[in-house]
Every structure is written in structure tokens, then in C-alpha cells.
Design a protein around this ligand. Structure first.
Ligand code: ADP
Ligand code: MG
Length: 729
């Protein structure tokens, strides 16, 4: 790109006005959910008997028979066609991340040379997309070649771009999951069962426990034309080079600041789109970095919330393009400013309306709260390495451990008030209990639980897993991630922990303890056993790294090695005993993780190598030769005196030569490191080789290029700079 073109693009980007918003004539309550086959529409389009049977199946997790499926398909088709749909698709989330669709038209031969619009129960319930190039970690080679998608009745169908989308799971012929939804649903069932059994200690009427998720999606916006002029952004979603802009986020003037009108128009359009699709988005604001924003919905049941997040991510891209923006969901699109995460607010609640992580008014409510709270801490403690693995990826690796995001060590923040309660619980022993029993009669021990009026003002932004009043906020999840990966680990770990807890409490009761004592005593044991996971201090500090190591928390920072946690015996035991993932599935899924890691770094390394050799070095050479030219001319005029006059040029010439030589040799060694890595056949070994040998070379190349950016004539620099990319007016 010639420089004048770069300047022209920047000027145009800065001058671009807000695009008009496609505002519907009506208010949100009128268009909310209009593109969703929700209960209202089901009721309208299905015979009463069929509607009742479907609701019964959804609420009680029952299978759907063929006849019922045919009737539902017929109603769903009529609804979809009435709302402009021409195609249908099974919509699923393969292990690549993102979502997949294969569209089919509703048409079938009518046998008379014409067409009819057809959609049978068979097509609704199950399909064989033959999506054979999705990664499957060898599962489909070993087990059976076919992959099936099967309808998830708990997540309603919706219309996107005139296509009826049916949320489905994606599994192999022999039932191994090839997606995130399958194990997420299994984990939701596991935690439902385990938590309900414990919740019944406090309310025998509880039938179900629901896991909830409220995500907060962070993202960057970049002007589309500037984006197109950055091959690294186009191909990898992040800038592989670029010197920090003089002003970035130091003044903290972007956080919660006024939203630029261009961005506001985009946000409004996006919100309208979301509301029509039944995604209950609510909160929006500027984030810390320039051009960084956040969008959060009202929390929902975890499976639905996760589908909504996946849908949001694809809708965002589309709406952004209409506003001449590109959305960057990458965790670290720009060095030197904050990256993007996706805080996952997670909680459990019963079908009787109790929030299991909300302290209550009565001592019994508070004991229930403490029971679930402390069991969650214990689950996080036991599986802290696995939880970290669940959020790890080549892209999120940039964010963790950097001084802006959760550290690469999982710990739980409770806040000072709860910390006191836990300490109190721990220190009171059985004797206290008896004393208290004597003093206070029936309410034994419960006077040990002080009134839980939680003060949430001491929010700790450096904690990866923070208690925030009535929920836990898992902050380590990456902005581009499928939240299911993390949610299914939390659900499963908590389910396993609650099962064990219940066994122990029941054993105590059988041994003669009264139930309240038994619960309290077990909670106390857990508080003692899991102290190491509790940390309310500064998670970014070096002292914490040392301290965490002493406490035996997982401190691994290399992504490929972090994935090992999935295959540790205690992880396999947890997943298998809870019926969430089998060992074969875990092995296959880890191969996919390593493979994806390698491929991401491989693409980045290629793009960086090309840019370095084809874009940067030629321009640096051109500028250098201008300087050389100048020195020669000075010499021809001033003779001996010229060297003093040209000192600055001579230094720059040498400096540029040095940088270029560094870049060239490092690109060459990066290429050979890649070749050596590619020769490895084991996916894990290959990913480790990429991490250990390719990534450091990339950093070195970038460092040298960024130095050149400061030396070379601004007019010649071929790529839009950070200061141009990062400020929307
Ligand atoms: P903050 O940025 O202060 O953490 P936000 O309002 O941006 O808060 O996001 C909080 C998210 O947590 C929202 O999606 C909200 O619906 C969700 N949330 C609130 N209560 C719960 C709960 N009990 N369980 C799960 N998510 C919750
Ligand atoms: Mg938050």
C-alpha cells in the first residue's frame, strides 16, 4: 500500500459518520424474541396436545418420539416460512470454536414435476452433516466415520438470515461428543442431580437445580478499511507488530467514557438484532483500552446463555460490517493495551426459586449458602489446574499472566467479610459447638454463622475466580472462547464435590449426628482442607506467584502443558464418574486442543514472516538508501566536514542495518524451528515445539520491527499504525 493511500484511508476512517440504525417502528417488548420459536409461537403453531407433550419433554428432559417430532417439525416449518425462512440448518458448535451450519432448502419433489416445501420430524431430530473436516482428534477414524447432529430441545430454534436454525449437539455414530454442547448438557445434568440431593437437606421439595450463566463479552472495534490494510488482523485476528501509540490507556479516559456516535449506532443495531433473536442483552459500556467495549445480557440457564453467546459472536460480525467496522474477538489484538475477556458469571438455583449462592435471612438459609459456597471452593481447589486448562488457548495465552488480566494461577476471592466467616467456622471446634448448643438450645452451631450481609464493595479485579455477592465470576475465560468449555468443568467439578459431600454428611447422620451438626462439621472440614485456594490479595504480584507455588496450586504457564490437566487421573475420574466425558473423548479432545494451538501459531508465524520480509524490510531498505544518498551528497558538497553533519544519519543507517539483519536471521531460524516442529507426529510434542521455539522467535521479530517503525519515515510505513487503528472518532 502506498503511503498516500494509508493517509487517505486514515482520514476517511476518521471522517466517517455514524450509519443510520435500522430501528424497528415498535418498542423492544413488541419485537423481543420475534425470530425465536419460543413457547408463545409453539403454542400458536402446534396442536395443544403436541405443545403439551413438547413442554413436558423439555421440562422433564424426556426423549421425543418420531410421531411427535413430525408434528413439531410441521408447526416449526409453518412458523419459519411465515417469518420469511427459506432454508433450515442444524446449528452446532464444533471443537474449532465458532458455530457451524449447513443450509438445506425446504423443498422436496412433489412427484408431479414441481416442488413442495417439506420438513419432516426426521430432518428436525437428526442429521448427518458429513462435516468430516471438523477436528475430532481421531475419534471418527477410530470409532466410526459419520458425525451426527441431533436436536437439543432445551434451546429454541431461531431464524437467522432467512434460515431456520435448529440448535443441535454434534456426536459421532458411536456417541462420542464432537462438540461443546454435548458435554455441557451432560454437566448440567450432573450438577442438577448432585446439587438437588444436597439442596433437599434444606428444602425437601426441590426437584431440580439449574446452572446459570451471565457472560460479559468484551471486544474491540476497528474501522473496516484500516483493518483490511493489516494482513495480520485479517488472517490472525490480532496485530503481529505495531509500536505502542504514545497515548493509549494511561489516562483511563476510555473506561466508561462517552461512547463515540459511530459506535453507539453500531451498538444500537446490534442490540435490536439481539433482542429480536431473544438474546436479553442489557449492559454496554466502553472498556479500559481505546476502541474496546463490553456487552452483557441478563443471565440465563447455562446452555441457553451459551447458545446466545455463540449466536451473538456471529451476529456481531455481520452488524459491524454494516457500520464499516470489524469486530475483533481475539483476546489480545494489540500489545500494550488490555486484552479482551469474557467474564462468566456462574451460579446455581433451584426450581423452588432459591439462589444457592445468595446468603439468606435465616440461619438455615445461611447454612445452605455456606454449604454450596464452600463446596464450590473445594471443587475449584481440587481441579484448579483443570479449570485453567478449560480456558486456555493459543489466543488466550497472551492474556493470562500479563499484568492486566487474571494471573495464570486459579484462586478464589471471597471478600473480607466472608473470609472472616470462614475463619470463624474453621476455628470453632466441636467443643464450641457443644457449648453453643448448651447456651442457645436448639439453634446449635448456627449462631456460629454470623449474619451474612455481604459487602461487595471490595471487588478484587485481579482474581480469576471471584465471589461477587450471589454468584462466582470466572474471569479467566477468553473473549473468543466458547464458554461451555469452562462451564462444563465447573459444573462437573462441583457435581463431583457435592456427591462426596453428601456421602460424608449421610455417613455422619447414620453415625448418630443430627443433620445440622453433620453439615456444619463437614463444611468446617472442607474449609480447613481447601484453605490454599482462598486468596484475596493482589493476583498480579510476584509474591503471589511464590506463595501459590508453596501452596501447591498449579503454576504452569505453557499452554500445551496446561492441557495435560485434562488427562490427569483425577480429571478422568471426575469426568467419567459424573458421566460427562469418557477417557477416549478426553484423549481425542486434547489432540484437537494441541492441534488447534499448533495451527494458530503456525499461521501467525507464516504471516509474520511474510510481512517482515515483504513489507517491512523493503521499506526499511528504501529509507536506509535515502539516508545513504543523503550522506553521499553531503560528502560531495562538504567533503571532510560532512561526517560530523551526517552523524545522525550514519547512526540510523547502522541501526536499520542491525535491525534488518536481526529480522532476517530470526525469520530464518523461525522457519527452521517450524520445519522441525512439523516433522513431529505427536500433536502434544508438536504444540510444545511451537510454544518453546516458534513463539519466542516471533516475539524477537516483532521487537525489531517495532523499533524500525520508530525510525523509518512515517510516510513510507506500509501498515496502519496503532495510533490510527485504535482511535475511533
Ligand atoms: P460487572 O461488570 O460489574 O461484573 P455486569 O453487570 O457487567 O457486572 O455483568 C454481570 C453479569 O452477571 C450479567 O450478565 C448478570 O446478568 C449476571 N448475573 C447477575 N446475577 C447472576 C447470578 N445469580 N448468576 C449468574 N449470573 C448472574
Ligand atoms: Mg464482571
Amino acid at each position: 500500500m502506498s503511503t498516500t493511500l494509508r493517509f487517505k484511508m486514515v482520514e476517511e476512517a476518521f471522517d466517517r459518520k455514524a450509519m443510520p440504525v435500522e430501528t424497528p417502528a415498535t418498542r423492544p417488548e413488541q419485537y423481543y424474541g420475534e425470530l425465536v420459536f419460543n413457547r408463545q409461537q409453539m403454542f400458536k403453531y402446534l396442536p395443544k396436545k403436541i405443545y403439551d407433550a413438547l413442554i413436558d419433554a423439555i421440562e422433564n428432559k424426556k426423549p421425543i418420539d418420531r410421531q411427535l417430532a413430525d408434528s413439531i417439525a410441521d408447526g416449526m416449518k409453518r412458523w419459519a416460512i411465515d417469518n420469511g425462512a427459506r432454508h433450515y440448518t442444524h446449528w452446532f458448535a464444533p471443537l474449532t470454536g465458532g458455530t457451524a451450519e449447513k443450509h438445506e432448502a425446504f423443498v422436496e419433489h412433489d412427484g408431479k414435476g414441481g416442488m413442495v416445501e417439506e420438513f419432516s420430524g426426521k430432518l428436525l431430530v437428526q442429521q448427518e452433516p458429513d462435516a468430516s473436516s471438523f477436528p475430532n482428534g481421531g475419534i471418527r477414524n477410530t470409532f466410526e466415520a459419520r458425525g451426527y447432529s441431533a436436536w437439543d430441545i432445551s434451546s429454541p430454534a431461531f431464524i437467522l438470515d432467512q434460515t431456520l436454525c435448529i440448535p443441535t449437539i454434534f456426536i459421532s455414530y458411536t456417541g462420542e461428543s464432537l462438540d461443546y454442547k454435548t458435554p455441557l448438557l451432560r454437566s448440567i445434568n450432573a450438577v442438577d442431580k448432585a446439587a438437588t440431593a444436597v439442596a433437599r437437606y434444606f428444602d425437601p421439595e426441590v426437584k431440580h437445580t439449574i446452572s446459570y450463566l451471565g457472560w460479559e463479552q468484551e471486544y474491540f472495534l476497528v474501522d473496516e478499511s484500516l483493518y483490511s490494510a493489516r494482513p495480520d488482523l485479517v488472517m490472525t485476528g490480532r496485530t503481529l507488530m505495531g509500536h505502542e501509540s504514545a497515548k493509549n490507556q494511561q489516562l483511563e479516559d476510555h473506561y466508561f467514557g462517552a461512547i463515540p456516535s459511530r459506535v453507539e449506532a453500531f451498538m444500537l443495531d446490534l442490540e435490536i438484532r439481539c433482542h429480536r433473536l431473544g438474546i436479553p442483552v442489557k449492559t454496554r459500556h466502553n472498556e479500559v483500552a481505546p476502541n474496546q467495549f463490553e456487552l452483557a445480557p441478563i443471565y440465563e440457564e447455562a446452555n441457553l446463555a451459551n447458545d446466545h453467546n455463540l449466536l451473538l459472536m456471529s451476529v456481531m460480525n455481520e452488524v459491524a460490517r454494516r457500520h464499516n467496522f470489524r469486530v475483533l474477538l481475539h483476546e489480545k489484538p494489540f500489545a500494550g493495551v488490555n486484552g479482551s475477556g469474557k467474564h462468566c458469571n456462574w451460579s446455581l438455583g433451584t426450581d423452588r426459586g432459591a439462589q444457592l449462592f445468595a446468603p439468606g435471612r435465616t440461619p438455615m438459609d445461611n447454612l445452605r449458602f455456606l454449604t454450596f459456597f464452600v463446596n464450590t471452593m473445594a471443587a475449584v481447589y481440587r481441579h484448579n489446574a483443570l479449570l485453567k486448562a478449560s480456558i486456555m488457548s493459543a489466543t488466550n495465552a497472551h492474556r493470562l499472566g500479563a499484568n492486566e488480566a487474571p494471573p495464570a494461577i486459579i484462586s478464589v476471592f471471597t471478600g473480607s467479610h466472608l473470609a472472616e466467616v470462614l475463619k470463624h467456622l474453621e476455628e470453632s471446634d466441636a467443643a464450641d459447638l457443644t457449648d453453643l448448643k448448651k447456651q442457645s438450645g436448639y439453634s446449635l452451631g448456627l449462631s456460629q454463622i454470623p449474619e451474612l450481609l455481604l459487602d461487595n464493595t471490595d471487588r478484587n479485579r485481579t482474581s480469576p475466580f471471584a465471589f461477587t455477592g450471589n454468584r462466582f465470576e470466572f474471569r479467566a475465560v477468553g473473549s473468543s472462547a466458547n464458554c461451555a468449555s469452562a462451564m462444563l468443568v465447573i459444573n462437573t467439578a462441583v457435581a463431583e464435590q457435592l456427591c462426596e459431600f453428601k456421602k460424608k454428611v449421610d455417613a455422619r447422620v447414620e453415625g448418630g449426628e443430627n443433620l445440622t451438626d453433620a453439615i456444619l462439621n463437614e463444611v468446617r472440614e472442607l474449609v480447613k482442607a481447601t484453605k490454599a485456594i482462598h486468596f484475596d490479595g493482589n493476583g498480579y504480584s510476584d509474591e503471589w506467584k511464590e506463595e501459590a507455588k508453596r501452596r501447591g496450586l498449579d503454576c504452569e504457564t505453557s499452554a500445551p502443558l496446561i492441557f495435560d490437566a485434562y488427562l490427569k487421573p483425577e480429571s478422568v475420574k471426575m469426568f467419567e464418574s459424573m458421566g460427562v466425558l469418557s477417557e477416549a473423548e478426553l484423549i481425542a479432545r486434547n489432540d484437537v486442543k494441541w492441534e488447534m494451538y499448533t495451527k494458530k501459531i503456525q499461521i501467525e508465524a507464516r504471516v509474520l514472516g511474510d510481512l517482515a520480509l515483504n513489507h517491512i524490510i523493503p521499506v526499511a531498505t528504501r529509507y536506509q538508501s535515502l539516508l545513504v544518498d543523503n550522506v553521499i551528497k553531503l560528502r560531495s558538497i562538504f567533503g571532510d566536514r560532512a561526517d560530523e553533519m551526517a552523524r545522525c544519519d550514519l547512526e540510523t543507517i547502522e541501526n536499520i542495518a542491525q535491525r534488518m539483519s536481526n529480522i532476517k536471521t530470526t525469520v530464518a531460524s523461525m522457519v527452521s524451528a517450524r520445519k522441525r516442529a512439523n516433522a513431529l507426529t505427536d500433536e502434544r510434542e508438536k504444540a510444545i515445539a511451537y510454544h518453546d521455539n516458534v513463539v519466542p522467535a516471533m516475539e524477537m521479530i516483532r521487537y525489531n520491527i517495532d523499533k524500525l517503525e520508530l525510525m523509518v519515515d512515517n510516510e513510507m510505513w506500509p501498515l496502519p499504525k496503532y495510533r490510527e487503528l485504535l482511535f475511533i472518532r
